[in-house]
Every structure is written in C-alpha cells, then in structure tokens.
Design a protein around this ligand. Structure first.
Ligand SMILES: NC(=O)c1ccc[n+]([C@@H]2O[C@H](COP(=O)([O-])OP(=O)(O)OC[C@H]3O[C@@H](n4cnc5c(N)ncnc54)[C@H](OP(=O)(O)O)[C@@H]3O)[C@@H](O)[C@H]2O)c1
Length: 257
C-alpha cells in the first residue's frame, strides 16, 4: 500500500496502460484514483472494473479550459492530486506508423502533437501549482509527475516519425519540470516504453508485425501493461525520493543506454 492516502490522476485510463496504472494504484497501492476518458461513460465503465477508491472524470487533454476546470475540481474534492500520470496518447494507427518521414503531413503531425505533447503540457501546467501547494503542506511527501513516452524517442525509428517527435519532446517536458520544481518537492519521470501488449498495439497488428516486435528485445517477448503499472507505482511512492528527471526504459532490453 505504498500510495495509501495519495490522490492520483491518470489520463487515458479507460484502456490499455493507463487503465492498468489506475487499477494498480487503486487496488494494490491504496491510492484514490481519478480515472479519465474523453467520454465520461468510458471512464465510468473502466472504474467499474477497479476495486478501491476511484472517481470518473471526462477529460480531453487537448482542451486546456477543460483541463483547468478538472484541476480546480480536484482541489475542491481532494485538496489536489499527489501523482499525475500523463498516459493519454493519440491512438496507434498503422497508416501513420508505417509512413516514412517525407510522407508526414502537418495534419497528422498536429493531431499527434496535440494529444501526446500539448496534452501533457496542458496537464502539467494546470496541475503543478496545486501540487506544489499540497506538497508544501506535507512534511515529507513529494508530488510526482509521470509522463509516458516511447523508446523511439531515444533511439529513433525507421517509421512513425510523428510519434517519435511528440514523445521526444515529452522527455524534455519531464526534464524541465524536474529541474524547475525539484526544490519545491516535485519529482518527474518519463517512462519510455517498448512493445507493450494492449488492444491498441498487439491486438491491432498483423501477425508478421507482432512477430517482428517479439524478436526485437533481449527478452524476446512483449511487455504487459501491468509490468508498466508496477514501475509507475514505485515511482509514485517515496521509494524514489532522491531520483528525478529520469527516463526509465521499459522495453525488455531493446534500447540499452
Ligand atoms: N502499447 C505500447 O506498446 C506503447 C509503446 C510506447 C508508448 N505507448 C504510449 O502509452 C500510452 C498508452 O498506450 P496504450 O497502448 O495503452 O493505448 P490506448 O489503449 O489507445 O490508450 C490511449 C488512451 O488515451 C486516451 N486518449 C486518446 N486521446 C485523448 C485525448 N485527446 N484526451 C484524453 N485522453 C485521450 C484514450 O482514452 P479515450 O478514448 O477513452 O478518451 C485511451 O485510454 C500512449 O501514450 C502511448 O503512446 C504505448
């Protein structure tokens, strides 16, 4: 119960990795979790599959005004959040992923930047002030921001440049938060993920695509969303109290730096 008495908000927690993080935090770590989806019914549906303290939130991270009102509501309901996980991402799209760099259009690039990068910026910008106020009221606990990126942000990739570009910038966001707010008891991390089996990836790929992905890491398998959630729980706890700004790679040993 490493997150007992903590309040966490996880964007994009109606499915996949975000859902696994919300479930781990609420069911196994004792946190109160704000489960988010663009569609409130999606959040309610997800929340029903989680035991523990949860609250459904309708939230589109592209809409800054809505983000700010969710941040305000979190202060009224819970005194603010202690842990913010930015997991919302533009859905994985084979048609985008398999395009070469020179084929990238502004429309597609903007669509991905709007969710993965600007969504993360909207969230952190809106939640940081109340998170700082909350941590200042506490003696030892820190506020934690966990941003979800991917390994191509570190290694590059032969296709899917819009995702790589957005996620590389997310790493920069984490570093700024860590450096600018470290003296105010805020810690920030990026999780750089490899192939994690979710409906959006493993189950939407061709058999051949899956096989190639399986062969890539040293461990010769896909990761599970639960394996990501366990790391996120650790980072959100005080176990990582003297580490910040880090990029933690979870990819079964493909990109080793
Ligand atoms: N799975 C992998 O192999 C992998 C690898 C590297 C990185 N990642 C990253 O991990 C994260 C989760 O991926 P996943 O595989 O779990 O995919 P997923 O199931 O499609 O999750 C994406 C989530 O983002 C939400 N979302 C989409 N647009 C949004 C918006 N504008 N505002 C708020 N929420 C929005 C979706 O919820 P609603 O539709 O309910 O709003 C959904 O719950 C993403 O950031 C992805 O880029 C995944």
């Amino acid at each position: 119960m490493a997150l007992f008495n903590k309040v966490a908000l996880v964007t994009g927690s109606s499915s996949g990795i975000g859902f696994a993080i919300a479930k781990e935090f609420a069911e196994n770590q004792g946190a109160t979790v704000l489960v988010c989806s663009r569609n409130i019914n999606g959040a309610i549906k997800a929340l029903r599959k989680i035991k523990g303290n949860t609250q459904a939130v309708g939230l589109d991270v592209r809409r800054e005004k809505d983000v700010r009102s969710v941040a305000k509501r979190a202060v009224l309901d819970h005194g603010g959040v202690d842990i913010l996980v930015n997991c919302a991402g533009h859905r994985f799209d084979n048609a985008i992923w398999y395009k070469k760099y020179h084929q990238m259009t502004d429309r597609v690039l903007d669509a991905i930047l709007d969710v993965d990068l600007k969504g993360t910026i909207h969230m952190t910008r809106a939640f940081l002030p109340s998170m700082i106020r909350k941590t200042n009221r506490s003696h030892c606990a820190s506020g934690v921001i966990i941003n979800i990126a991917s390994t191509p942000a570190l290694s590059g990739q032969k296709e899917g440049a819009p995702y790589t570009i957005a996620k590389a910038a997310v790493i920069a966001v984490t570093k700024h938060i860590a450096l600018e707010y470290g003296n105010q008891k805020i810690r920030a991390y990026t999780l750089a993920l490899g192939n994690i089996a979710t409906d959006a990836t493993y189950y939407s790929m061709t058999k051949r695509g899956r096989k190639i992905a399986t062969s890539e890491p040293a461990m010769k398998r896909w990761g599970s969303a639960v394996e990501v959630a366990k790391v996120a729980a650790c980072l959100g706890s005080e176990s990582f109290s003297y580490a910040t700004g880090n990029t933690i790679i979870i990819d079964g040993g493909k990109v080793i730096v």
